[in-house]
Design a protein around this ligand. Sequence first.
Ligand code: PRX
Length: 640
Amino acid sequence: MHHPYQIRSIEQYQSDYQRSLDDPEGFWSFIADHFVWKKKWDRVLQWNFSEPRVRWFEGAQLNITKNCLDRHLSDKADQPAILWEPNDPNEAARTITYQQLHQLVCRFAQVLLNNGVKKGDRVCIYMGMVPELAIAVLACARIGAIHSVIFGGFSAQSIADRLTDAQAAYIITCDGAYRGAKDIPLKSVIDDALVGNDTVKRVIVYTRTGTAVSMISGRDVWWEEEMEKVSASCHVPAETMEAEDPLFILYTSGSTGKPKGVVHSSAGYMVWTNYTFLNVFQYQPGQIHFCTADIGWITGHSYILYGPLSAGATTLLFEGVPTWPDAGRFWDIIDKYKVNILYTAPTAIRSLMGFGNAPLEGKDLSSLQVLGTVGEPINEEAWHWYNEHIGKKRCPIVDTWWQTETGGVLISNLAGITPSKPAWATLPMPGVKPILVDDKGVPVRERDENGLLKGNLCIQSPWPSILRTTYGDHERCRQNYFATYENLYFTGDGALQDASGNFRITGRVDDVLNVSGHRIGTAEVENAINAHAGVVESAVVGFPHDIKGQGIYAYVIVSHFHQDAEHTRKDILQTVARVIGPIAKPDKIQFVSGLPKTRSGKIMRRILRKIAEGETQHLGDTSTLLDPGVVREIVEGAVE
Ligand code: PRX
């Protein structure tokens, strides 16, 4: 059957794209008409980027879980909604049908209500990749509570900061989480995060690992016991949400200060994740979709949960890591579940590529039909390996560019419909108007010797799932995204555009790093390093890393070594893991006696970046430096 808003040809892409620009309101109301609303909208779109103020489907009322669950019960009740593959391949897998998921979500929604959670309350979720994480997220959405999922790799300090920022009074967690060979004590991390916190009223703990935990009386309760108190067949009506009511907060790193809480709306986010899921991956009924991200990141929110479930798809949730028990794990999973769509990150592809073809032997990957990548630029070598060895040259690869702030994919080819181009994200989705500008905000018109435009990537008008604010600090949202260039949303990315309109994203142009697809601010890492008692000052930059994409290089001034340099280095790594989490640990630390600063005291990162890249011959103009001698010392002591 022909899907009403799935683009099925290049010509249709072109005409839909044009229509989305000529008549955005008509275009999006046609699509939105296919969702379940309690009340339809009065206005499709109102916006200005100066405040910024963006309102999609104003006046409409809905609940996203009606669209992700209830509406599928008439024809997909027994179809698997979630397939769950545990960390340990020998443990039993789980299948949860739409009917079962609906029931579990209602039941846990009642648990939340019983524990005092109300519409608009912020609920922090810190769990491993178990089906209960999906249930917790959807149960929040069911009752209109705002979920804020925190990736299981973040430290107690990071959680504490996020709890305070979101003023969250409720936490859902697990006793522990399995990730590869590791056993992560989640509840104990939460306990550390809660020392001195008097806002959190309730912690609900799901039993996953059976590890000993301390349950604080009056505050902590067990998931299983709370569920027992609620009838298995209870029905919790979906809370009525206004279109612009926040659905969730997700913290992400920027170039300055602490991570900010990106806020997404109910209606616009729903429409966009559904629309992009169906179109980018060209999802067909019955297919098995495997997105390898963690639900702690935006990719998991949009393309493990909300996009697939709103489209009635079967989504695969994998608890573990690609290299455990061995580097064939993804291929085993694809074989076992007959996965049709694989959506993963370049860093995973590069790491698996490094194991050669032995882990692929005997694995049947013939079910695969579509491959996708996300999170960082993909290099051509990894693209070709993915195409040849995984897709066997018969699966289109979608290179999807987007961000936490964009809610869903903005630039990508459409699988099998619009052409792919290795390492290029290619064309904008309907409704997306990208533009490249120079540092003054002037649109770039001059092509380079290869016929390419090069500039800072901005978007000229709102798509339905653009972030609405940064939680508790709207001015920060304006400053970060809408103040750099007038009337434009600034992505923080640099890009190239060819004569056919294709985009290639080259990476961040601000002080944000992308390490194994994880977004980390250099300022955040510096603050963490500076927290170490012996550190006087530090400067952090990225450098190209074969597997991670970017690695973290830290230049550190210490007052003295505790024992010796090696010991101090380890202490600093430990400190960063404590303050942020293990993902932010520098790959290289160089102890220096000074940093290259201008006379006004600004660190010249350009020079530090070049040294970290191993480019020590052409450091450019160093004449404005306060002490040019320091550069020589840094070059000589650079860490290979
Ligand atoms: O630099 C871009 C890079 O990831 C950044 C967004 O990171 P985050 O908010 O964590 O979201 C990641 C998952 C959507 C972007 O600013 N990025 C993301 N996708 C691509 C990419 N860079 C190049 N190509 C991509 N396909």
